[in-house]
Design a protein around this ligand. Structure first.
Ligand SMILES: [Fe+2]
Length: 509
């Protein structure tokens, strides 16, 4: 066969147009609805302390009936489960048959509901029913994080709704029902939550937020707890503070004595009412009001002002002699809008490479005592010019002094956003270590402890997409050396994912 030189030239130009760091990156946002029924693979490198299940969910179907979602987090979700024990990896995957998914499949279009960014083409309503896409009986497209409440498993996002699922079959069981007598204020709706509840060092419960949206008057931000002893069925109010606007707070910090709340973003639902499309993009209102520190002891609120920022994830918080150390990944502008979440922009290499709204991990000292009382001193933790987020620590160090965090790092090569690494950063020694393979796209690394005594003795578990082959893998690495232990090729591709969680089997607890 003879090749036409022009064809060869075009082929080589086309091939060279995609740098090796970006090959197959677009597959993170491509349909992968295939379901898998417990496929097991031998994994001789799996450390023997693994005896549990790793769940990680994410979008898997990005369009329906000719209508595309604009934001990955609006797409239909799939849950992936990895049983990790006895030198084996068993993989299962199932589309999440949420109310939103079921309604959409039935109608062969995107069902009514509030979306982050809306659809392409935009959804429309008839003139006689302008609220048609707002009136959502489901609101359950939840798959950002997995929470285990006693014996129950539930999927959570930034809404107040939690979606229970069966950990064996991965079947959606329905919207979680709570049993407490509601403490939500009159003429208010418990609208939003945080996707990152926190577990204190002492006590068998989770602390979570509920943002109350007013029908009239002021909003409230409630701090409440859910006990593992009753499978989290009764929410008990700890503190409630009045706020000017309805806060949007994806994560927060907590120490033994304080809850730390960065006020930087609010929702004004009136801005998502007709004639405006029902999207969070429209409802978001930048709302900087400092970092609020709420005493769990007496409810006293201390406000710390500093240069405004936006945030998605808090790394950790702890108390020292003079105050609170608060480590947080922060952004210049709202990270829930623009190139970070808009798939059309994410899929444009030039746009994503030029996106300067990057996650910068910073350490804030909130001085509660001493000569700097009431002030904040700040230092940069991450490497400027790269984006650091999806931060995890050894959970046993949540709320107390710690040294090590793990994260995803985008722009690892200081040039291409798609150059993604798994970072280990020891804040006590300053050492950085990486798992990086060009053209591989890792998910958030989850730390599984292999020791009671050493902070970083254990493994990181994550999924990684190899862009060139389009194959996803389950990877574990030694958290001390970052050396690979397990890399199992999976029979179904996994697109972009949010947070994974590992739960030890009962005998391990
Ligand atoms: Fe998150």
């Amino acid at each position: 066969m003879r090749w036409n030189p022009l064809v060869l030239l075009a082929f080589s130009l086309g091939a060279s147009a995609i740098p090796p760091t970006d090959v197959g990156y677009d597959l993170l946002f491509a349909d992968t609805p295939k379901e898998v029924e417990q496929e097991c693979t031998d994994a001789p490198g799996l450390p023997s302390f693994f005896n549990g299940n790793f769940y990680i969910s994410g979008p898997a179907m990005f369009s329906i009936g000719g209508m595309k979602f604009r934001c990955a987090l609006d797409a239909f979700g799939k849950i992936n489960k990895f049983e990790l024990a006895n030198k084996q990896v068993c993989f299962s995957a199932k589309m999440l048959r949420t109310g939103f998914y079921n309604d959409s499949i039935k109608a062969n279009t995107v069902a009514p509901g509030l979306l982050f960014l809306g659809t392409d083409p935009p959804r429309k309503c008839p003139f006689y029913n302008p609220m048609c896409n707002m009136l959502d009986s489901q609101g359950d497209n939840n798959y950002v994080n997995t929470l285990k409440l006693g014996d129950d498993y539930t999927l959570i996002s930034d809404t107040s709704l939690m979606l229970d699922f069966d950990p064996k079959s991965l079947r959606v069981l329905g919207h979680r029902k709570f049993k407490e007598k509601s403490w939500v204020h009159k003429l208010h709706i418990g609208a939003l939550g945080s996707a990152h509840p926190l577990k204190p060092q002492e006590g068998n419960f989770w602390v979570e937020l509920l943002m109350e949206a007013p029908m009239m008057g002021k909003s409230y931000l409630d701090i409440y707890k859910m006990s593992n002893n009753d499978n989290g069925r009764v929410r008990t109010l700890i503190r409630s503070i009045q706020t000017n606007n309805t806060q949007y707070m994806h994560s927060f910090g907590m120490t033994k004595n304080y809850v730390i709340l960065p006020f930087n973003l609010a929702l004004d639902m009136m801005k998502a009412m007709p004639p405006h499309p029902p999207t969070m993009e429209n409802a978001f209102v930048p709302d900087w009001n400092g970092i609020h520190v709420v005493s769990l002891d007496n409810g006293e609120v201390q406000k710390f002002d500093l240069e405004p920022f936006f945030h998605v994830h808090v790394a950790n918080s702890y108390e020292n002699e003079t105050g609170i150390v608060f480590d947080i990944s922060q952004f210049k502008s709202n990270p829930f809008k623009g190139a970070s979440v808009d798939m059309k922009l994410q899929l444009n290499a030039t746009v994503r490479d030029n996106n300067d709204n990057l996650g910068e991990l910073k350490r804030h000292h909130l001085h509660l005592a001493g000569p700097l009382k009431g002030q904040v001193t700040t230092e940069m933790i991450s490497i400027p010019g790269r984006s650091t987020d999806f931060i995890k620590i050894n959970d046993k160090y949540s709320g107390v002094h710690y040294c090590v965090y793990y994260a995803n790092e985008w722009k690892h090569d200081d040039q291409h956003y798609a150059s993604m690494a798994v970072l280990k950063h020891n804040l006590c020694t300053g050492e950085r270590q990486y798992w990086y393979q060009e053209g591989w796209y890792p998910s958030e690394p989850f730390f599984v402890s292999g020791s009671e005594n050493t902070e970083d003795e254990g493994s990181l578990v994550f999924t990684a997409l190899h862009g060139a082959t389009g194959k996803s893998h389950l990877v574990t690495i030694d958290a001390q050396t970052m050396a690979e232990q397990v890399k199992v090729e999976l029979s179904a591709r996994i697109a972009f994912t949010a947070h994974g969680e590992y739960f030890p089997n009962k005998s391990e607890l």
